[in-house]
Design a protein around this ligand. Structure first.
Ligand code: ADP
Length: 484
């Protein structure tokens, strides 16, 4: 398939490992386009030996990188940002081809990913320490921040560019090295980013991309005492497993796991704004994001009006191949994703829910699914407790604020939450009452490089983005200066 790339080398069938490129040579792991099933190419099938080589090279490269000035590291990151933006169209095309999302959305993701590189290029120079008044007349207390060392990263397919940028940028800004295992479904975006990082001047061996069997690579990463941090974005099940694997070597952990986001519409909300927010929060990337609204709670007084407005709006949004103009809904990532969505709809309708829009595989076939709205949804249905990760909007009816805050919090997850209200006292009460790492008030879009992204409970550990995102890749060293 001709992707229409200006720089065809960006779709490279090779992976950078410890400073050298390993070719797929026509073998390895095949990557396909989820919209058509067409083959895009191969990436090498790497394993334990290459992961170890990458970690060893990272250890050497990291020391030299950390010894450079923060400004120096910042300059390299800034060049990487510039190259990402200069190649935005090509990166977007590669992303759409391997992931499926509409090209405009893919290019938006490249901008979003690059914004973390820009942000952390700036933050690199602000890793301030502190001097605390001493506990004895002849002593002074200093705290300095130092890079944690070699970092292993494991990333998912839903944001093949941004999930990497969000981890790599703060790691490199802090002075760390990174060995990355991208999703086997979307490795070409990761490889293209590594090509541009190399061109930007990131030193050899500092950034490796290991494509191959996830469990094998993950085990070497977690077992290695040289790897001092694991940063993972993916499912809670795999996250918990990796958490356990990291225990013997006591690694620092960054975990961005599953969510089950509530989206609450109160009687006093601006309904049109709430519909617009729900479309973004629910249907972006076809519902395949960890911050997607999973449960939509609508207060009784506006339930019918909201349901109707939402259905009217969603019905106008076109489904198709992400490369076609104006498409809003691309394909789902694979047939397993379709099966989960279908199961959730079947379970809900069997228990009394009504399908008011969509509800089945799209007439285009393959992995295309109709955007779906369910009304009359109740807490005993799978959509109430499980992450659907697809274009299904289940609408729950509620009566009181206390009832809905309780229902919203009644989950093991705690990543994103959203609500719409124009009552400022309620805005404070509900914001403080939601057990979530993030709350969107009168907005369905909260992710940005300037803000701390992350969850509580089974949704994870640590924060990405903001100034706190840099701290997650650094250790605090306390220096006690005596004899003064
Ligand atoms: P998703 O549902 O988003 O695919 P996963 O948690 O399965 O979530 O995958 C996220 C990332 O974790 C992917 O890169 C995948 O290859 C990787 N992964 C899956 N299982 C393991 C494992 N046992 N060890 C290490 N990485 C894994």
């Amino acid at each position: 398939m001709d992707l229409g790339l200006k720089n065809r080398d960006l779709l490279r069938q090779a992976a950078p490992v410890g400073g050298r490129w390993i070719e797929a040579d026509g073998g390895g792991i095949e990557v396909t386009n989820p919209a058509t099933g067409e083959a895009l190419g191969f990436v090498p099938n790497l394993g334990a030996a290459e992961t170890t080589q990458a970690i060893d090279a990272a250890q050497v490269a990291q020391k030299a990188w950390a010894a450079r000035t923060a400004k120096d590291r910042s300059t390299v990151l800034r060049r990487w940002f510039d190259l990402m933006m200069a190649n935005q169209d090509d990166l977007g095309r590669i992303l759409t081809a391997e992931q499926g999302k509409p090209l405009a959305e893919a290019k938006g993701e490249v901008t979003y990913g690059a914004s973390f590189i820009e942000w952390f290029a700036e933050e690199a120079r602000r890793a301030y320490g502190e001097i605390t008044p001493g506990h004895a007349p002849d002593k002074r207390i200093l705290s300095v921040k130092q890079p944690i060392g070699v970092v292993a990263a494991i990333t998912p397919w839903n944001f093949p560019n941004a999930m990497i940028a969000r981890k790599a940028a703060p790691a490199f800004a802090a002075g760390c090295a990174m060995v990355l295992k991208p999703s086997e479904l979307t490795p070409f975006s990761a490889i293209a980013m590594a090509i541009l990082a190399e061109e930007a001047g990131l030193p050899s061996g500092l950034f490796s991309v290991i494509t191959g069997d996830a469990a094998t690579i993950g085990k070497v990463m977690t077992d290695s005492p040289s790897v001092r941090k694991l940063t993972f974005t993916g499912s809670t099940g795999v996250g918990a497993k990796l958490y356990a694997q990291c225990a013997p070597t006591i690694k620092k952990l960054g975990l961005e796991l599953g969510g089950n986001a509530p989206f609450i519409v109160f009687d006093d909300a601006d309904l049109d704004a709430a519909v617009e927010g729900a479309v973004i929060a629910k249907f972006r990337n076809n519902g395949q994001t960890c911050v997607c609204a999973n449960r939509i709670y609508v207060q009784a007084g506006v339930y019918d009006a909201f349901a109707q407005k939402l259905a009217t709006k969603v019905a106008t949004l076109p489904t198709g191949n992400g490369f076609d103009e104006g498409i809003v809904f691309g394909p789902m990532i694979n047939t397993a994703a379709i099966a989960k969505v279908s199961d959730h709809i079947a379970d809900a309708t069997a228990k009394g829910a009504t399908v008011t829009l969509g509800g089945k595989t799209h007439e285009m076939g393959g992995t295309f699914f109709e955007p779906t709205i369910l009304t009359g949804v109740s807490e005993d249905m799978a959509v109430a407790t499980e992450e659907t990760f697809g274009p299904v909007a289940p609408l729950f009816k509620f009566e009181t604020e206390a009832e809905v805050v309780n229902a919203a919090n009644d989950t093991e997850f705690g990543l994103a939450s959203y609500f719409y209200s124009t009552n400022h006292a309620r805005v404070w009460r509900v914001s403080e009452g939601l057990d979530y790492g993030m709350v969107g008030v009168n907005t369905g879009l909260i992710s940005t490089a300037e803000a701390p992204f992350g969850g509580v409970k089974a949704s994870g550990l640590g924060r990405e983005g903001s100034r706190h995102g840099l701290d997650d890749f650094m250790e605090i060293k306390y220096i006690c200066m005596g004899g003064i």
